[in-house]
Design a protein around this ligand. Structure first.
Ligand SMILES: C[S@@+](CC[C@H](N)C(=O)[O-])C[C@H]1O[C@@H](n2cnc3c(N)ncnc32)[C@H](O)[C@@H]1O
Length: 360
């Protein structure tokens, strides 16, 4: 380990991520070589083309030991399908998880295996279970974890179904965006368990108070995890054109900026796009969800909507609930129970909305 040329970079990285605040996870970040789990990554060049960066390229080690999310896999269409998350976000999630030695931990989204290695380093490999939907990634992660010298239980499957043969879990961490706290995860959580998961553009920390019942607030930090892509998620701009325009006073930029987080909770998995004029000013914004519901609004104050859900009505509703500024993330929370999932603002009894069930 002493002749590891990255040792100095790694020590600095481990000491400084997350602003250097005290954390029981810093030793793990100092010990686990991220470069072993990310031997290469993809970076976009000036023209938006993805280029692979490996250890022989300038800046590789500096990038690996920086607070940067690194894209590690592209799908057939050139869209990122796996990454090593931003280390400061990983640290914040691990801190929020509050895992202690001996806790059985379930990770949804093995990816490179780096987070599983951090968990195994601090908690013991025998306590760590990690699942990724992509069998190729699982094979690679198992190999790299073995090279590092640790053997957590890693398997391929839909992490939303948990891992019944290894349950119950004291801690559950998801590193891929969920739309809700999945029922199977809740069933496999021990009473007292903590669940940390990206939902919408935020990260929730919920505690299981009794079987099948979890509740908690969002962390104050932003999070941008890749949304799970689902079939049939194209916007229906064609039928939108046939809809009569409605008047709206909500500025289109609200959708892209100050209402972005609450919108991601109210419309799980929504997509958006925007149009700009030659000066780069946003002139219109489009929204759609995977049931084909589509809305479009422009800076002339016209909105059109089509499909089973009136998406612009949700924007209007949020704009009247939060007339100025961005509501603080940590004021939002989730309650998950056998009766369903409920996102709330302020207090669990406060204003809120039911989460539409996620497809497994
Ligand atoms: C941000 S990456 C995970 C990073 C990983 N924890 C690491 O340390 O490298 C998200 C991963 O979630 C996986 N994923 C997406 N949907 C999933 C699902 N339903 N079940 C399990 N894994 C899933 C993706 O294949 C991807 O590898």
């Amino acid at each position: 380990m002493t002749d590891d040329p990255t040792a100095g970079l790694r020590a600095r990285f481990a000491a400084t991520i997350g602003g250097g605040r005290p954390s029981p996870w810093r030793d793990a970040f100092a010990a686990v070589p991220r470069h072993l789990f990310v031997p290469s990554f993809f970076r976009q060049d000036g023209r938006g083309e993805w280029r692979r960066v490996t250890a022989v390229d300038d800046g590789y080690a500096e990038a690996v030991y920086s607070d940067t999310a690194l894209t590690t896999q592209l799908d057939a269409g050139g869209i990122p399908s796996s990454s090593s998350s931003e280390p400061s976000t990983m640290l914040a999630m691990l801190d929020a998880l509050g895992a202690e030695s001996g806790h059985a931990v379930f990770e949804l989204g093995t990816g490179t295996g780096y987070n599983a290695a951090l968990l195994a380093h601090r908690l013991g490999a025998e306590n760590v279970t990690s699942v990724d939907v992509d069998p190729g990634l699982v094979d690679l992660a198992v190999r790299r974890l073995g090279e590092y010298g640790t053997r957590p239980y890693v398997t391929a499957g839909d992490g939303a179904l948990g891992c019944p043969e290894r349950a119950p879990f004291d801690r559950i961490i998801a590193t891929a965006a969920l739309r809700e706290i999945q029922p199977a995860l809740l069933e496999q959580a021990a009473v007292g368990a903590v669940i940390v998961a990206p939902i919408g553009f935020g990260i929730v920390r919920a505690t299981v108070s009794k079987p099948g019942h979890a509740e908690g607030r969002f962390l104050p930090i932003p999070a941008l995890f890749m949304p799970r892509r689902t079939p049939g998620s194209d916007p229906d701009f064609e039928s939108l054109r046939q809809q009569a325009p409605e008047r709206t006073t909500v500025p289109v930029t609200d959708v892209l900026e100050r209402l972005k987080f609450p919108l991601s909770l109210a419309l799980p998995g929504y997509n958006s796009c925007s149009w700009q004029d030659a000066a780069g000013t946003v002139t219109a914004v489009g929204l759609w969800t995977d049931d084909g519901s589509t809305a479009l609004a422009d800076t002339t104050g016209q909105a059109r909507q089509t499909g089973p859900h009136r998406l612009w009505d949700t924007v209007e509703h949020l704009a009247s609930a939060f007339p100025t500024g961005s509501p603080p993330r940590e004021a939002f929370g989730i309650t998950a129970s056998p009766a369903g999932r409920h996102i709330w603002y302020g207090e669990p009894e406060g204003p809120g909305w039911k989460v539409r069930a996620d497809a497994p």
